[in-house]
Design a binder for this molecule. Structure first.
Ligand code: GDL
Length: 696
C-alpha cells in the first residue's frame, strides 16, 4: 500500500512518485556488492526510493558496454537487484554506450538491446541510457544518417525504450564533454539553455515517458534555482531528474565532502521529477550526503517539519542544512562505534548501526599491577564529527570551524611583523587550540572500532592533520615558540613538507597558486567600485583588453583576428560615448571595463566595411567590455552592464549589440546568463564572431 508521502509525491510529479536516492555515477573504483546492499538498507530506512547503477569505470557499463555479463557477474547482479527489491528500492540499470557506438549501425542497436534484455532477465525493470562525457562529434556514418547528434541519441533511446516495453522508469542523460560542451548542465549549453538546439531536439523528440537527467547550472552546481529549473523544464518539456554532483569528489583526490545537502531550495521539489545524488567515491563517508538528501526530500511533506525544526535564521522554511547535518551526524556516531573489521576476501560484519563492545574474550591479556595498563581509546564524540564535516564540507564552502581557522591564520600572518600584541597572543592561542582539536579528532577517529569508515577517511584525515600541524608549528614559530619559521621551510626536510607531488609542483607554477591557495574565496570580502571611465583610464583598459586577448590566443593558437569595432573601442582608437563608459576597480586597481557607442553607425562612418546597416536600426548602440579573471564573482560585471545599459537607454537608444568571438567563452557565457541578450544576424562580421543584441 502506498504511504501518504508516496501519494503526495505522485500527485506533484504527474502521478509518478518523486524519484529520490543515489546514483553511483562517479569515476574510479565502484562500490562493492555489500556496500550497495548496505546502501539499499539505509535508503529504505531514510525514505529514499531509487538507486541508479552507473559506475563509470565498471567495464561493462561503459568501456565494454556490448559485452554480456558472465555467469558469475550475472549471479551478483541478480542478487543485487533482488536486494534492492527487498528494500523497496527501484534499481535502475544504466548503460553508457556513447564512447564508441555507431548509432546508424543496426548491429549496434541490436547489441544494446541484447545487453539490456540480459539485465531485464536478471529481474531489472528500470533502465537508463547515459550520453554524458563523450565526444560531441558524430562519426561520418552517423552524420549521413542523422541530422544532429541529438537526433541520433533520441532515436536510439526511443527505440530501446519501446523495445523494453516502455518501462515506468527510464532515464536519459544528455551529452556533453567536461570542460567543453556539456548539455547535461546549463553552463556549457550553446549558446544557452533556452536556445540550445540539442536540448530542444531532446525536448521535442524524446518520448514523453522518458525522463531527463540534469546536473543544474554547472556539472558541480553550487546552487540550483527554481528559475533555472523552470527554464530547462520548458525546453525539455518535462521536469528533470537532478543528477546532483554536490558531493562528488572524483575530480580531486584531495577532497571529500561531508557537509549537508545545501543550496537547493525545497520549493524545487514540486518542480522536479526527482533528485539523485552522485556522491563521494568512498562509500562510508557518504552517510551525511545521503542522510541530508533524505531529510531534504522529506521537507514540507507529512511530518517532515517534525524531524527538523527550522530556525528563524534559515531562509528555507522547510529545510535547515545545519540541522539536517546534526541529525545525520547524530545517527552516524553509533556507526563509528561498532566493530567492523574489513579483511581481504572476507565479508564485513554487519553492525546494524548498533554500537558493540570490542570483545575482550576469555584469554584476553590483563596486565599485572606495575605493568603497562591496556591501551584504551578515547571515544569519538559528536563534536569530533562536526569538526570532521566542517573540515571537509562542500565544494564551494568550508564549514564554520574551517573558516575560522583560515581567518585566524591569515590574521596572525598579516600581523606577525609587529611586536606581538595581547590580541596576537590570544588569537595564536585560539588557533593552537583549534589545531589541537583537529589532532584529537584524528586520534579518536583512528582508534574508533569501525575500521571500514576509518580506512575510507584515512588519507583525508591524515592530510588535514599534517596541514594543520604545519600551520600550528608556523604560528608557534612566529610567536617565538618552537623552531624559527625559516627552519621550517629549509634544510633537509621530510617528504611531507613538500605536499602534492608533481601535481603540486605544476599547480604552484601556475598563476593564482601562490601561498594564498588556502583562500580560494578570500576571507575578507572583496570591495569593488564601479565609476565613470575617464581618458586617463585608457591605458589600463587597453592593457586589460590585450591581456585577455593574449590569454585567448594561448587557448586558441590559430586565432586570426580581424579588428572589430569593439577592439578599436578597447584600444582607444575610437572613443566611447561620454557618460556611457564605466570601469571596475578593486584593491589592486582597474580590473574591468564596459564601454559603449550609442550611435555606432555615426561613430564608425569612416571605418566600417560591409557591416549590415539595417541591423543598426534595431540595435544602434554597441557595447564592449572585459573583466580580469581575478574577479571571480560575476556580480560586479553584471552591475556594471546594467548601469551602462541604463545610461545608453537614457541617451535615447533603442537597442544594444555586442560582438563576441567564439573563443571568448567567458564573455559569451556572461551575456548568455544575463538572459536579455540574444544572438542577432549582422552581416559583414568575421566568421568567428557572433553578435548578440538586446532591446532597451
Ligand atoms: C560528470 C559526470 C560524472 C562525474 C561528475 C563529477 C555527470 C552527468 N557525469 O560530468 O560521472 O562523477 O561529473 O566529476 O555528472
Amino acid at each position: 500500500m502506498a504511504t501518504s508521502v508516496e501519494v503526495k509525491d505522485k500527485q506533484r510529479t504527474g502521478n509518478k512518485r518523486f524519484v529520490s536516492g543515489v546514483v553511483e555515477g562517479f569515476y574510479g573504483r565502484p562500490w562493492t556488492m555489500e556496500q550497495r546492499t548496505e546502501l539499499f538498507k539505509r535508503e529504505q530506512k531514510w525514505g529514499l526510493n531509487t538507486y541508479l547503477y552507473a559506475p563509470k569505470d565498471d567495464y561493462k557499463h561503459r568501456m565494454y558496454w556490448r559485452d554480456l555479463y558472465c555467469p558469475e557477474e550475472a549471479g551478483q547482479l541478480i542478487a543485487l537487484i533482488s536486494a534492492a527489491k527487498q528494500h523497496n528500492i527501484d534499481f535502475i540499470y544504466a548503460i553508457s554506450p556513447g564512447l564508441d557506438i555507431t548509432f546508424s549501425n543496426r548491429k549496434e542497436v541490436t547489441a544494446l538491446k541484447r545487453k539490456l534484455d540480459q539485465v531485464r532477465d536478471f529481474g531489472c525493470s528500470s533502465f537508463s541510457l547515459l550520453f554524458d562525457d563523450i565526444e560531441t562529434e558524430m562519426c561520418p556514418a552517423d552524420k549521413q544518417a542523422f541530422s544532429s547528434f541529438a537526433h541520433a541519441q533520441v532515436a536510439i533511446t526511443n527505440e530501446v525504450y519501446q523495445h523494453l516495453g516502455e518501462p515506468e522508469t527510464f532515464l536519459f542523460c544528455p551529452t556533453g564533454q567536461r570542460g567543453d560542451h556539456a548539455d547535461y548542465c546549463a553552463a556549457f549549453c550553446t549558446p544557452n539553455v533556452s536556445q540550445s538546439s540539442y536540448l530542444h531536439t531532446v525536448g521535442d523528440k524524446l518520448l514523453p515517458g522518458i525522463d531527463v537527467l540534469w546536473t543544474g547550472p554547472k556539472v558541480v552546481s553550487h546552487k540550483i534555482s527554481v528559475k533555472s529549473i523552470e527554464e530547462v523544464s520548458s525546453v525539455l518539456k518535462r521536469a528533470p531528474v537532478i543528477w546532483d554532483n554536490i558531493h562528488a569528489n572524483d575530480y580531486d583526490p584531495q577532497r571529500i565532502f561531508m557537509g549537508p545537502f545545501k543550496d537547493r531550495p525545497t520549493e524545487l521539489i514540486p518542480k522536479l521529477r526527482g533528485v539523485l545524488t552522485n556522491p563521494n567515491c568512498e562509500f562510508h563517508p557518504n552517510f551525511v550526503a545521503i542522510h541530508t538528501l533524505a531529510t531534504w526530500c522529506k521537507a514540507c511533506s507529512n511530518g517532515a517539519a517534525k524531524d527538523v525544526e527550522m530556525g528563524d535564521e534559515e531562509q528555507d522554511p522547510c529545510y535547515s542544512p545545519q540541522k539536517a547535518l546534526i541529525l545525520a551526524l547524530t545517527d552516524w556516531l553509533p556507526v563509528f562505534l561498532c566493530t567492523d573489521q574489513p579483511t581481504a576476501g572476507s565479508k564485513k560484519e554487519s553492525c546494524d548501526e548498533e554500537p558493540m563492545q570490542t570483545d575482550l574474550g576469555e584469554g584476553s591479556y590483563v596486565p599485572e599491577p606495575g605493568e603497562n595498563p591496556l591501551y584504551t581509546a578515547e571515544p569519538l564524540t559528536l563534536e569530533d564529527l562536526k569538526l570532521l564535516s566542517d573540515l571537509f564540507y562542500l565544494p564551494y564552502e568550508h564549514g564554520s570551524t574551517a573558516r575560522t581557522m583560515l581567518h585566524q591564520l591569515d590574521w596572525l600572518k598579516r600581523h606577525s611583523q609587529t611586536v606581538k600584541t595581547a590580541e596576537w597572543c590570544s588569537r595564536a592561542r585560539h588557533f593552537d587550540d583549534m589545531c589541537e582539536a583537529v589532532v584529537r579528532m584524528f586520534n579518536r577517529l583512528s582508534n574508533a572500532p569501525n575500521r571500514s569508515i576509518l580506512y575510507d577517511l584515512y588519507n583525508y584525515i591524515c592530510d588535514i592533520k599534517s596541514g594543520v600541524n604545519m600551520a600550528q608549528a608556523y604560528i608557534k614559530s612566529l610567536g617565538g615558540l618552537g623552531k624559527p619559521s625559516a627552519q621550517l621551510m629549509s634544510g633537509d626536510l621530510e617528504p611531507w613538507r613538500f605536499r602534492g607531488g608533481l601535481s603540486g609542483e605544476f599547480q604552484r607554477m601556475l598563476p593564482g597558486h601562490g601561498n594564498r591557495d588556502l583562500f580560494k574565496h578570500p576571507p575578507k570580502t572583496a570591495v569593488f567600485c564601479i565609476r565613470p571611465y575617464c581618458p586617463e583610464d585608457q591605458m589600463e583598459v587597453q592593457n586589460i583588453f590585450m591581456a585577455m586577448q593574449r590569454e585567448r590566443q594561448i587557448q586558441v593558437p590559430s586565432l586570426t583576428q580581424p579588428r572589430l569595432i569593439s577592439d578599436m573601442l578597447s584600444t582607444g582608437d575610437i572613443s566611447p560615448t561620454p557618460q556611457c563608459a564605466l570601469v571596475l576597480e578593486d584593491e589592486l586597481g582597474v580590473c574591468g571595463y564596459m564601454l559603449a557607442l550609442t550611435d555606432t553607425k555615426a561613430a564608425t562612418a569612416n571605418i566600417q566595411g560591409d557591416m549590415n546597416h539595417s541591423a543598426f536600426e534595431d540595435f544602434p548602440s554597441l557595447v564592449t567590455g572585459q573583466v580580469l579573471p581575478r574577479v571571480s564573482d560575476p556580480s560586479p560585471a553584471k552591475r556594471m552592464i546594467e548601469q551602462l545599459l541604463s545610461a545608453v537607454k537614457s541617451c535615447g537608444s533603442r537597442g544594444v549589440f555586442c560582438e563576441l568571438r567564439h573563443s571568448e567563452r567567458r564573455m559569451l557565457d556572461f551575456y548568455a546568463k544575463l538572459g536579455s541578450f540574444n544572438p542577432i544576424k549582422m552581416a559583414g562580421l568575421p566568421q568567428d564572431v557572433i553578435a548578440m543584441g538586446t532591446s532597451l
